[in-house]
Structure formats: structure tokens, C-alpha cells
Design a protein around this ligand. Structure first.
Ligand SMILES: C[S@@+](CC[C@H](N)C(=O)[O-])C[C@H]1O[C@@H](n2cnc3c(N)ncnc32)[C@H](O)[C@@H]1O
Length: 360
């Protein structure tokens, strides 16, 4: 599938604070996660777990993780942030030459062949990030003043009033839901199965995403949401930086990066090859939204097979509607109160959660 031949995710769009509450990682834990933009495995390095295995079916996402890991380990914070594209610098190619000896051969070769992406600042070069860059240009062309005002609020009540009176208009709702955030349009740009194929939860995906965005704006400040900033500003403000882009996170992550290994393979089949009691935590992002129900059940059986009794799982969904079959509900002990809390707290407002403990 063409989707797995491109860099699709490069900066991240999931809230680590929410993921950490779901996983409750303990010292000594072995955690398996999905790589995507690399934020998940990097954030897991901020915990006291003993080992992290990061898996992605797309080798390019793992090449990006390799690059980010080398940059965080071998560069000072300012150079690291500038190299990735958080701040400006004309020296990215020289910095890349510095990092190359620390990369795996396949990653070094890939980035050597794709230097143009590094030159522009890699965290904004994923297909998803380039798509949101387009939505931000069109949005700013239509209502730049309102967008700047929205991200200027530090008081939620003032923001709520602005959203009700100035932001949420019929024409804007139509423009967004019918065009800018409509997966039926975005598939012309990115063939993301999670965005285009498995949307059985939302009869009108554009309106569904708009309603979740509005709910978010009535409960949280816009300047805290990385996803909202990507869609309307085309970049993330420091106020919404993921921990791996912040100095504190950078410092924690580079303490002991040797705990992290990554692999390019299908995580479902990989889990079925594992021995029992292998993993204490499953941080699987929204891959549930990348497969039909029967494959999802095969994923659940793989988790069940490789989980340590008491292991934690965090499964996100975008617009899919997966269910844990009755035969597995005693094993996958979900926590609906926590799930509802995380769904409301997640600053990247599109996710629903299946969170809990594996009983074996
Ligand atoms: C689940 S999303 C993650 C997007 C996420 N919101 C982010 O930005 O980090 C997509 C990632 O999962 C990977 N993926 C999807 N299905 C997979 C599978 N069965 N095995 C391994 N990786 C998979 C895709 O290649 C992609 O990088």
C-alpha cells in the first residue's frame, strides 16, 4: 500500500500526559509501542521502564525515530530544536553530517537521499503535517484575525464567548466540515486508512471532527492543542510543544536512550510470535483505526498472548468503531471512567480510548 512508502507522521499528535495516565509505567516495565512520528517511544524514555520496543510497518517512520534519537543524544538543546525545525537555522546539512555516523546504515542512506526534507526541518515534512500546512494557509486566508485571536486566549470563559459569538459561524462550519477537515477531500492528498477507510463511527466525518473541535474549544484553551495549531497555524507554538521538544523532556529522554529498540514489521503478527508474559505495557496509538474488526480481534489475541498478567493497554480510535468481543472482555478489563476522563483531557481532540488492564 502506497501509504507505507511515505513519511506520513513527523511531529506527533497525541497527548503524552494522557498516554502516561493510561499506561501507568512502572520501574522495570517492558513496553511495546507504535513508532509513527517517534514521539511515543521518546516519551516512554522519560519513564523508569527497563525496555521499550517500538514497531512500525513503515520503515521511514523508524528512520525518523533513529534520526530524532541521534539528534537528542548528540546535540545540545538549541541545536537539536533548530535541526528538527522547531526554530530556524541555515546549518541543518552540516548538523546532519555530524549526526550521520550515529545513524543506522539504512536510516543514514534514506536521509542522505532525502536531504531536502531535512533542510526544511523534518518535524513538518510528514504528509499529515504538510496537509495541515495547506489547511492553515486556506484558513488564514479566510479569517487570519480570528485565528490569531483564538490562540491568544489565556482565559477559557473569554475563549468560550469568542467561539460562540465570533468563531462558530454557519459558513465557517460549512467550509471546515465540507472541505478543510473532510477526509473525503484529504484523501486526494494522503491515503491514510485511519482517515479514509475505517470511518464507521462517523456518518459525516467532516462534521464529526468539527463537533469534536468545538467541544474541545469549550473545555480547553486553543493554545494548548498541538493538533489545532497544526490545522490553523501550520506549526506548533512552544506552549503546546510535546515533551520531546521541550528542554525538560529532552534532558530526561537522553539520560538512557539505550533502553529503546525499534523494528519494522506488522505489530499484529509480531505479537503472535512473542512468548507469554513479554510486555507490561501496550501503547498502540490509533492503529485500531487502521484495520477491520476481524484483524482488530487478531491484534487483541496477540496482546493477550504476549502480555504479562496486569499489563496496561492504551488503544486509541479516530473514526473507527472497534469492539472487544465478549470472549475477550474478561481479559481486557476496561476502565470506562478513566477512558471518559482521558477522552475529555486529550488536547488533540479526535481520539476515543480503550484503556485498562490485562487479566490472565
Ligand atoms: C496509528 S497512526 C499514528 C499516528 C499518530 N497519531 C501519530 O502521529 O503518532 C499510524 C502509524 O501506525 C503504523 N501502523 C498502522 N498499522 C500498523 C501495524 N499493523 N503494524 C505496525 N505499524 C502499523 C503506521 O505506519 C503509522 O506510522
Amino acid at each position: 500500500m502506497d501509504f507505507y512508502q511515505h513519511l506520513n507522521y513527523s511531529i506527533g499528535n497525541e497527548d503524552w500526559n494522557v498516554e502516561a495516565q493510561a499506561l501507568r509505567v512502572k520501574p522495570g516495565d517492558h513496553v511495546i509501542c507504535v513508532t509513527a512520528s517517534g514521539d511515543r517511544p521518546l516519551h516512554l524514555l522519560m519513564t523508569d521502564c527497563a525496555a521499550i520496543l517500538s514497531i512500525d510497518m513503515n520503515r521511514i517512520e523508524n528512520h525518523l525515530l533513529d534520526l530524532k534519537l541521534a539528534a537528542i543524544t548528540h546535540l545540545d538543546y538549541e541545536t537539536y530544536l533548530a535541526f528538527l525545525g522547531g526554530t530556524e537555522t541555515p546549518h541543518r546539512m552540516a548538523i546532519f553530517q555530524q549526526l550521520k555516523p550515529h545513524l543506522s546504515h539504512p536510516a543514514a542512506r534514506f536521509w542522505e537521499d532525502n536531504k531536502n526534507m531535512l533542510e526544511k526541518g523534518i518535524i513538518y515534512q510528514g504528509k499529515m503535517e504538510r496537509l495541515t500546512n495547506i489547511t492553515s494557509c486556506i484558513s488564514q486566508f479566510c479569517r487570519n484575525d480570528k485565528i490569531q485571536t483564538l490562540f491568544s486566549f489565556t482565559d477559557l470563559n473569554e475563549q468560550r464567548e469568542f467561539v460562540a459569538k465570533k468563531w462558530d459561524s454557519h459558513v465557517w462550519r460549512l467550509l471546515l466540515s465540507a472541505i478543510l477537515i473532510n477526509p473525503r477531500i484529504s484523501k486526494l492528498f494522503i491515503t491514510d486508512p485511519g482517515l479514509n477507510s475505517y470511518t464507521d463511527y462517523a456518518s459525516n466525518p467532516g462534521q464529526y471532527i468539527y463537533s469534536r473541535m468545538l467541544r474541545y474549544l469549550n473545555n480547553h484553551l486553543a493554545n494548548k492543542s498541538a493538533l489545532l495549531q497544526l490545522v490553523f497555524l501550520g506549526k506548533i507554538l512552544p506552549s503546546a510543544y510535546f515533551p520531546y521538544l521541550q528542554f525538560g523532556g529532552y534532558t530526561k529522554i537522553r539520560r538512557d536512550p539505550a533502553r529503546l529498540r525499534y523494528q519494522t514489521t506488522n505489530i499484529i503478527e509480531f505479537l503472535h510470535t512473542q512468548t507469554a508474559h513479554e510486555f507490561n505495557g501496550f501503547s498502540l496509538s490509533d492503529i485500531a483505526s487502521y484495520m477491520p474488526q476481524n484483524i482488530f480481534e487478531r491484534l487483541l489475541h496477540g496482546i493477550e498472548k504476549s502480555a504479562h498478567p496486569g499489563a496496561r493497554f492504551c488503544l486509541r480510535e479516530f473514526m473507527s468503531k472497534r469492539t472487544i468481543p465478549p470472549a475477550l472482555q474478561a481479559t481486557f478489563r476496561r476502565e470506562d471512567v478513566l477512558e471518559a476522563h482521558l477522552e475529555k483531557e486529550e488536547v488533540n481532540f479526535v481520539y476515543r480510548f480503550m484503556v485498562g488492564t490485562i487479566q490472565k
